[in-house]
Design a protein around this ligand. Structure first.
Ligand SMILES: Cc1ncc(COP(=O)(O)O)c(C=O)c1O
Length: 398
């Protein structure tokens, strides 16, 4: 048989074939459409446009120069695991043993995947907020779990509520994913809600996957808490986090899992199987990120804060509604008054106004009628983009 005669997809496993029905995802479609334009305002990106701090770059170079180009232990460099444990202790009072309770991963992405593969049996239900960072859906599908989406609402600024979580819990519920601050909504789960959710997790014996990747990008002095500090939660929580967003080093791919020893131990061999270890040079860069000067956190936050003010001002002035963006770099804006689907809106605004944003349904059904606008762009571009979005929303639609 020549490769041309093999029907597309026939060599894939049932699981891989069923993952996405073979269609082009809305994300890839938008990227393909955007590639036709030489110039556009890109408010689609999710990776910080700001530079990686020089001391982190230098640490990566120095590691290369020293010949640090071999495997490390699957759990990661001991010094990096210790730095992660110290960081969690210093910022949250969380105590994890670096030798047995921290695993370094290829970004938080791999930490999520690993945790879900190791915690979910086929048929188990996994509760996620809707809308939600799209990787969760795929990871749950690959574990054979059943996704249960809990809608969040514009009226609540897209905060996940304990009441909505409770309604979704069944005897089959195994895992609850909390993502705060959230991609794509910029919502945060406030401490009082976290406490209510913790009581639910204890009562229903749930395992909690707490994704705290945007914890350093929180506005207006808002103080969030790390989920495992809540009473009884450390033992039932897998905390995932990383340095991608905080230290502007998405391409270096360093994240981690912090979990009770019995869980972390169970994840070690699967972690080894996936990619042996995180790139050694990247681990040295992450070590510098966590142990070096932390000025970039406040400096970058001030930049994002200004940008957030510009985009939200522009949208508000143009009559566009959105949930209060309490963290991360995203505004989730309501385009329902236009009568368009999210996909059509994004395609048409790209065509008419040369602004790239992503349709809300990409992140779950509750995102239909909304668009994700990221403000990882220069201030003049943001002002211009907000004016274009508002103009487009006002335009009578055919
Ligand atoms: C909520 C959330 N979790 C995890 C990730 C993965 O990040 P990384 O693997 O770069 O740490 C992202 C990336 O955008 C995200 O938005």
């Amino acid at each position: 048989m020549t490769s041309a005669s093999i029907p597309p997809g026939v060599l894939l496993s049932d699981r891989a074939r069923n993952l996405r029905g073979g269609e082009e995802s809305p994300f890839l479609r938008m990227m393909r459409l955007a590639s036709r334009f030489d110039s556009l305002i890109n408010l689609g990106r999710g990776d910080p446009d700001l530079s990686t701090p020089p001391h982190i770059v230098e640490a990566a170079k120095a590691a290369l120069d020293r010949g640090e180009t071999k495997y490390t232990a699957p759990a990661g460099l001991p010094a990096l695991r210790e730095a992660i444990a110290n960081d969690l202790r210093a910022r949250h009072g969380l105590v994890y043993d670096p030798a047995s309770e921290i695993l370094v991963t290829d970004g938080t992405q791999e930490a999520i995947y690993l945790a879900i593969q190791c915690l979910v049996n086929p048929g188990d239900e996994v509760i996620i907020p809707d809308p939600c960072y799209a990787n969760y859906e795929m990871s749950v599908a690959m574990a054979g779990g059943t996704l249960v989406r809990v809608p969040t609402r514009l009226e609540d600024d897209f905060e996940l509520t304990a009441e909505a979580v409770e309604v979704a819990i069944t005897p089959k519920t195994r895992l609850l994913a909390l993502i705060s601050p959230s991609n794509p909504t910029g919502a945060a789960i406030l401490p009082a809600t976290m406490a209510k959710i913790a009581r639910l997790a204890a009562r229903h014996e749930l395992v909690v996957l707490s994704d705290e990747l945007y914890e350093h990008v929180v506005y207006d002095g808002l103080k969030l808490i790390s989920f495992p500090i809540l009473p009884g939660m450390r033992d039932r929580t897998v905390l995932v986090n990383g340095v991608s967003k905080s230290h502007c080093m998405t391409g270096l791919r360093v994240g981690y899992v912090a979990a009770p020893a019995a869980l972390a131990r169970g994840m070690l061999e699967p972690r080894h199987t996936i990619s042996i270890c995180t790139g050694t040079v990247s681990q040295h860069a992450a070590l510098a990120a966590l142990t070096g000067p932390q000025d970039c956190l406040a400096e970058n936050l001030a930049i994002y804060e200004k940008r957030r003010a510009l985009i939200t001002h522009g949208l508000r002035t143009g009559g566009v509604r959105f949930g209060a963006p309490r963290g991360a770099f995203f505004v989730f804006a309501d385009i329902r008054p236009t009568g368009m689907t999210s996909m059509r809106f994004c395609e048409e605004i790209l065509q008419a106004e040369r602004v790239l944003i992503f349709p809300g349904h990409l992140y779950g059904p509750a995102g239909e009628g909304f668009v994700r606008i990221s403000y990882l762009a220069a201030e003049d571009q943001l002002e211009e983009a907000a004016a274009r979005i508002a103009r487009f929303c006002r335009k009578p639609q055919s």
